[in-house]
Design a protein around this ligand. Structure first.
Ligand SMILES: O=C(O)CCC(=O)C(=O)O
Ligand SMILES: [Fe+2]
Length: 224
């Protein structure tokens, strides 16, 4: 597909209060740019790795971080569990994408001042191979309640967005496709969510990823 014929982003869909899905937010060109950047970030000093859960199990996704290195369940500047390198800086251009994401998800009236003040300082970049998944969890290792901005590239996934009380129903199942934006803040900031399934072979190769799925979430840690 030619980037000139990228679909225009669809209207934002509010999945729950403060949780908004914007299908087709990134152009194919921007998707490929993001994939390239992820490849560069994965070259180190900290490599993609499967984070180890406290019980000893490894997550099925491979993760690399910017700004602050995340491991279950804390942030640090140095990746003690992944070779000891210092995590790369969070790039200013990516923070700019984050601010634009808030405006496009929440609308200019609601979001302009919040967007201007939004300074994400960490990104978790997850690579999902065909059979990888992520269980229902809350993003709660940050010390602020500022929104999480999520970008997806590559194969489609089933994304489950739940409630703040339990990891079970009620939840909404939706399909996140390459280029989609999902923002969750406000009353939904600490909602449980997860990725039960990847749909292999669903991406347009022009997105830059021949197989699998990349998801980047940016957040404000509140750490100094
Ligand atoms: O892959 C996704 O869409 C979600 C990732 C996620 O929930 C996380 O990294 O905490
Ligand atoms: Fe999450």
């Amino acid at each position: 597909m030619n980037a000139l014929f990228d679909p225009v982003p669809a209207e934002p869909v509010e999945v729950a209060p403060g949780a908004v899905h914007v299908p087709g937010w990134l152009s194919l060109e921007q998707q490929a740019e993001l994939v390239d950047a992820c490849r560069t970030w994965g070259r180190g000093p900290v490599p993609f790795r499967a984070a180890k859960l406290p019980g000893g199990h490894e997550m099925s996704v491979q993760t690399v971080c910017l700004g602050w290195h995340w491991q279950p369940y804390k942030y640090s500047r140095v990746a003690e569990d992944a070779g000891g390198g210092r995590v790369l800086e969070f790039p200013e251009w990516l923070a700019g994408w984050g601010r634009r994401a808030l405006i496009d998800a929440y609308g200019p009236e609601v979001a302009e001042s919040a967007a201007a003040a939004y300074k994400p300082d960490t990104a978790l970049i997850n690579f999902y191979a065909d059979t990888a998944k992520m269980g229902m969890h809350q993003d709660k290792d940050e010390k602020t309640d500022l929104p999480v901005v999520s970008l997806s590239v590559g194969d489609d996934c089933l994304f489950r967005f739940g409630n703040t009380q339990t990891r079970t129903k009620p939840y909404t199942d939706l399909r996140l496709r390459s280029g989609d934006l999902f923002v969750f803040g406000g009353p939904s900031r600490f909602a449980y969510h997860g990725v039960p399934k990847i749909y292999p072979g669903t991406a347009d190769p022009a997105c830059g990823l021949a197989s699998g799925r990349l998801n980047l979430t940016m957040r404000v840690t509140g750490l100094a």
